[in-house]
Write a protein that binds this ligand. Structure first.
Ligand code: NAD
Length: 480
């Protein structure tokens, strides 16, 4: 059976303790590879390799760094099929989604920062004829990147790309639930000629590898994407060490549908926003607020389309909803459906696990589930479920929907459907979330600052923000 090895100092290495974790294909429930179960000793090796590589890499001209990264981006493109298959098997997402969405986005992440670094400039602030200030931006050193399982290669590369583009060396940890694409990526890094030690990938469990990385005294910046609870733990450890922190955390995103929306478009895109990747995208809309005058009509059209979504084998082209990423998460999502029932919710469609015949009969599948009749303050509407479960609620006024939409501790993303331009901008301004989509969903420009408000995160990723995060700013003031 295939072994997923660490990538340290340019080589693929066994974990020092020689322990492995079972890597499970969630669509079958079968073990399909073994993943390094690394520990603090492996993190230390990775740190040493990164620290040794840093002086040369940080001095390497940006154009040279860019060239290697462009080669890496090209290799991702050339290996699209293999990476997409690995992503689908690892996470349970439909293969077509990995092929058309996630892997091209991983390629775009590397390409974007490879070119961005060639255009990046720092600021100057002249004080008339008296003095000149300029901001020197230098790489930090060895930085840590930790990513989750829901968009494995996409989120992994979203952190690594700006970190290495700006001259840092990295110790990175992908999720233990979905390690395969990071492993394939490490092979592509070797093929691209990335100098040894610039990127090191240590596989294993969060509380073992992730926490060793966060607690490492010489790793002075951590870029983390994952759950809010884990983010709080990371902040607890890292804050007293004064590490630079970027935390991209959970969400409970509202999707607001006004009566004056483009109805057909709002229905179609709301279905996509609810159930793409089994609802396992931090940006999925899980609370649908619908203006009362169109509530029944919208509900009917929405449910009709949801019922058409085929749950099934992720490798088949007509599958719209694949497997839930792990047994543990599958049980968590099902437990929330029970909570919703206990809270008085009415299941309009779905509400149970699905047995998929054939090779996937032991996989972790859940029907797309739509619930109504719940108070906006109940647990189902306040806590992140992160699966194919959404709620519908009617509203009468703009003030009422804003209060409901803003009522959670999260503030990651929001979608607004209206053809009234003034109202769209007014609502966007009043919503407390890091991104607001008007009449669309998941449209991303990689130059824009990305991140959450409230307990959805601290810091911003994307564009210049990411390059700023991964550099230290020094003001130089020259008396003229
Ligand atoms: P998670 O927090 O359980 O794990 C994320 C990563 O952190 C994994 O690599 C894990 O091994 C590691 N980890 C766990 N405990 C750790 C510790 N004590 N110290 C250091 N690292 C540790 O999250 P998950 O279940 O993998 O991912 C789902 C969550 O991620 C959801 O809450 C989702 O909303 C969030 N997410 C957020 C964004 C965003 O951009 N805001 C994007 C994707 C996912």
């Amino acid at each position: 059976m295939q072994k997923i090895l660490n990538y340290i100092n340019g080589e693929l290495l066994e974990p020092t303790a020689k322990h492995y974790l079972e890597n499970i294909d969630p669509s079958t429930g079968n073990v399909y590879s073994h993943c390094a179960d690394s520990d603090a000793e492996d993190v230390e090796l990775a740190y040493q390799a990164a620290a040794a590589a840093f002086p040369k890499w940080s001095e390497t001209p940006a154009t040279e760094r860019s060239k290697i990264m462009l080669k890496l981006a090209g290799l991702i493109e050339a290996n699209l099929d293999a990476l997409a298959l690995a992503e689908s098997v690892d996470q349970g997402k439909p293969l077509w989604l990995a092929k058309n969405g996630e892997i091209p986005r991983a390629q775009a992440n590397i390409h974007f920062f490879a070119t961005a670094i060639e255009h990046y400039a720092s600021e100057a602030h002249p004080m008339g004829n008296h003095a000149l200030n300029y901001t020197l931006r230098t790489p930090i050193g060895v930085v840590g990147c930790i990513s989750p399982w829901n968009l494995p290669l996409y989120l992994f590369t979203w952190k690594i790309a700006p970190a290495i583009a700006s001259g840092n060396c990295v110790v990175a940890k992908p999720s233990e639930v979905t390690p395969m694409t990071a492993f394939l990526f490490s092979k592509l890094c070797i093929e691209a000629g990335l100098p040894k030690g610039v990127l090191n990938i240590v596989h294993g469990l969060g509380p073992k590898v992730g926490s060793a990385l966060v607690a490492h005294p010489k790793i002075t910046a951590i870029s983390f994407t994952g759950g809010t609870k884990t983010g709080a733990e990371i902040a607890r450890v890292a804050a007293p060490m004064f590490k630079k922190l970027s935390l991209e955390l959970g969400g409970k995103n509202p999707n607001i549908i006004f009566a004056d929306c483009d109805f057909d478009k709002a229905v179609k895109e709301s279905v996509r926003a609810s159930f793409t990747n089994q609802g396992e995208i931090c940006l999925c809309g899980s609370r649908l607020y619908i203006e009362r005058s169109i509530y029944d009509k919208f509900k009917e059209a929405y449910i009709t389309q949801v019922k058409k979504l085929k749950v099934g084998d992720p490798l088949l082209d007509d599958t719209k909803v694949g497997a839930i990423a792990s047994k543990m998460h599958f049980e968590k999502v099902l437990s929330y459906i029970e909570i919703a029932k206990e809270e008085g919710g009415t299941i309009l469609t779905g509400g149970a696990s699905v047995k998929v015949a054939g090779r996937c009969e032991n996989g972790y599948f859940i029907e797309p589930t739509v619930i109504e009749g719940l108070d906006h303050l109940c647990r189902t509407n306040q806590e992140e479920i992160f699966g194919p479960v959404v709620t519908l609620q009617p509203f009468d006024t703009e003030a009422e929907v804003l209060e409901m939409a803003n009522s959670t501790t999260y503030g990651l993303a929001c979608t607004v459907w209206t053809e009234n331009l003034t109202k769209a901008h007014r609502v966007a301004g009043a919503i407390k979330s890091g991104i607001v989509w008007i009449n669309c969903w998941l449209l991303r420009d990689l130059r824009t600052p990305f991140g959450g408000m409230k307990q959805s995160g601290v810091g911003r990723e994307g564009g210049w923000e990411a390059l700023r995060f991964f550099t230290e700013a020094k003001n130089v003031c020259v008396k003229l």
